[in-house]
Ligand binder design. Structure first.
Ligand code: HEM
Length: 166
């Protein structure tokens, strides 16, 4: 199909589903979590689920949702499409529940199972000026970080999490 990623060779497989990995972030909380922060806000923890799937085209569909750990109340959610090319480049189109839309561009390394992305376009955002996303798969774990730049601050970390494939 022209898709260089292993997932594209398994059209009948169920969606890949990731949830927080126990103990990965060394937090006191027993439940496994992602961690958020930024210079202008209070640090916070969150639960998360991510799914990847595809329809047979060399494009992966992506959906993420997060929740407040204390109450289970929904927090941020987003979904989109991951479009890898054979030359190692990758673009990701993401729609966020906040209304923000992103076009991310970058590269993947199939050997290291790593991805680095920078925002090319951010639309419909009042504060956000830039978003960097990095992902690494280690065994069954998916680790990621998100940094952002806002109208008041240059690029700083906003999110990090380690999720386990379930
Ligand atoms: C705050 C953007 C993902 C939870 C913020 C702020 C921005 C922002 C601009 C306000 C910062 C300020 O006032 O200086 C984004 C972007 C995201 C993202 C661009 C994705 C790329 C998430 C996710 C969660 C989350 C996944 C939850 C799991 C929060 C919380 C705050 C916050 C709790 C502080 C309270 C608030 O202002 O609502 N985020 N965010 N964010 N974000 Fe995110």
């Amino acid at each position: 199909t022209g898709c260089p990623l292993p997932v594209c060779k398994q059209p009948d497989e169920r969606p890949k589903l990731y949830r927080p990995k126990a103990g990965a972030l060394d937090l006191e909380n027993e439940e496994d979590v992602g961690q958020g922060g930024f210079p202008t806000i209070q640090a916070f923890d969150y639960g998360e689920e991510i799914q990847f799937w595809h329809s047979g085209k060399p494009v992966m569909a992506y959906a993420q949702k997060t929740w407040r750990l204390s109450s289970g109340e929904p927090m941020h959610a987003e979904s989109g499409y991951w479009r890898p090319k054979i030359d190692g480049s990758l673009e990701v189109i993401i729609a966020q529940s906040t209304g923000l839309a992103e076009v991310q561009k970058g590269t993947y390394n199939a050997e290291n199972k790593s991805i680095a992305l920078l925002s090319e376009i951010i639309a419909n955002a009042s504060k956000v000026k830039g978003i960097n996303r990095s992902f690494t798969v280690v065994g069954d774990d998916l680790e990621y970080t998100v940094s952002m730049a806002t109208n008041t601050h240059s690029l700083h970390p906003h999110l990090r999490a380690v999720l386990k494939r379930v």
